[in-house]
Design a binder for this molecule. Sequence first.
Ligand SMILES: Cc1cc2nc3c(=O)[nH]c(=O)nc-3n(C[C@H](O)[C@H](O)[C@H](O)COP(=O)(O)OP(=O)(O)OC[C@H]3O[C@@H](n4cnc5c(N)ncnc54)[C@H](O)[C@@H]3O)c2cc1C
Length: 403
Amino acid sequence: MHSKPRIAIIGAGPAGLMLARLLTLKSIPVTIYEREESSKARSQGGSLDLHEASGQYALKEAELFDQFLEYARYEDDEMAIADKTGVPLFNFRGDKSKRGTRPEIDRETLRRILLASIPADCIKWDHWLGRVRPDGTLEFHCGKTEGPFDLVVGADGGRSRVRPLLTDVTPFYSGVAGFEFKISNAEARFPHITKFIGRGSYFCFSGGNAIQAQRLGDKSLRVYAWSRKPETFAIDLHARYPSTADLKVVMLKNYVDWAPALQDWIKAADEDRRPWTLYMLPVDFRWEHRPGFTLVGDAAHLITPFSGEGVNAAFLDAVELTKSIVAHDGMRSRENLDAAVAAYESALFLRMHGVMRETADNLRLLFSTDAPLSFVAKMQSNMNGENNNKQAQVNGNGNWNGH
Ligand SMILES: Cc1cc2nc3c(=O)[nH]c(=O)nc-3n(C[C@H](O)[C@H](O)[C@H](O)COP(=O)(O)OP(=O)(O)OC[C@H]3O[C@@H](n4cnc5c(N)ncnc54)[C@H](O)[C@@H]3O)c2cc1C
């Protein structure tokens, strides 16, 4: 036993980086082990909206809110939901006159801010965890071992290698898979598409298929094409059609009776594409506390993207775990650290079960036969109930934002 407990974080995603930042601010040393070779190893995907009580709150706790504000796109806090005709059934616009709505930020930028906020030597890149031993020793695929650690935090996403120490439960296929595309320099190259989409995001659902487009900060668009299909749908197509031009022809068959303006989003996409097969954990997922191990982010509560809560929840986990460690004087002894982790976990399950249930419900409604009508009705009723400072318009004439 070392004089002070030693903490390892597996994974330098949003959860792991935020946790490292917060613990470091409290002078609690940590080491992150990340399987990617460097911070530039892969593109980080699309844009995120950060919610006031979770994502933005965490950035404030991490003393990174001002940096976030430099890049936050309040003007993109807009969303339209439509069916295959493209005519919006639901419009949402954040209150531009107030800060405190849900500004967008590119994942790439957010990651850069977080990476710059922690000491460079606290991350060990190119450390792909294969297994954790019951004593907290980490075994990496390269054959190296590190530890033992007094606390191993699994921030290693949906396929966590830490989770098996806590439970036999594994994520299951959500029923939805698809592709992520990018339309680079969209404003200059495809002004008719960016004009159609307006600011923010435009999500269309019909008959078990979906097309979603969202603005990124670099004037490009991120496009997702989702379908309710067998589990291997996206990975099979990805392997069978190395040329994206060929892949698009096959994908467009899912959208033959969709508005040509929506099909254009796929037609205009760049050559790069990424297949996605969406998995989730059961909505009542929990584990029995086991000293020495815990989970944050997707490792703890993998959900589909259809609530926009993933990163927000991951950030909040990092805040709550840090607060619990500080409140229990967790660095004094292994026992204190254990009590802190147990308290964090009890609160986590209470907090996340509602979010997991809500997200599963959204998934069901958005890919049901009447989509997106039932989902729109739910959004309407939520918005009416919230009585907050947002403005939602449900219209039948499509007369919104230039359409
Ligand atoms: C298509 C899509 C769109 C989404 N859109 C949104 C959105 O708009 N808003 C939102 O809030 N959420 C969104 N999400 C969810 C969001 O991406 C996740 O909730 C979030 O990334 C979780 O962060 P994390 O740090 O827990 O896990 P991850 O982001 O998965 O990070 C895990 C990290 O661990 C590393 N790692 C994994 N295994 C190992 C290992 N064995 N050894 C070492 N390192 C390892 C990985 O390389 C990675 O860096 C979306 C998800 C998808 C799939």
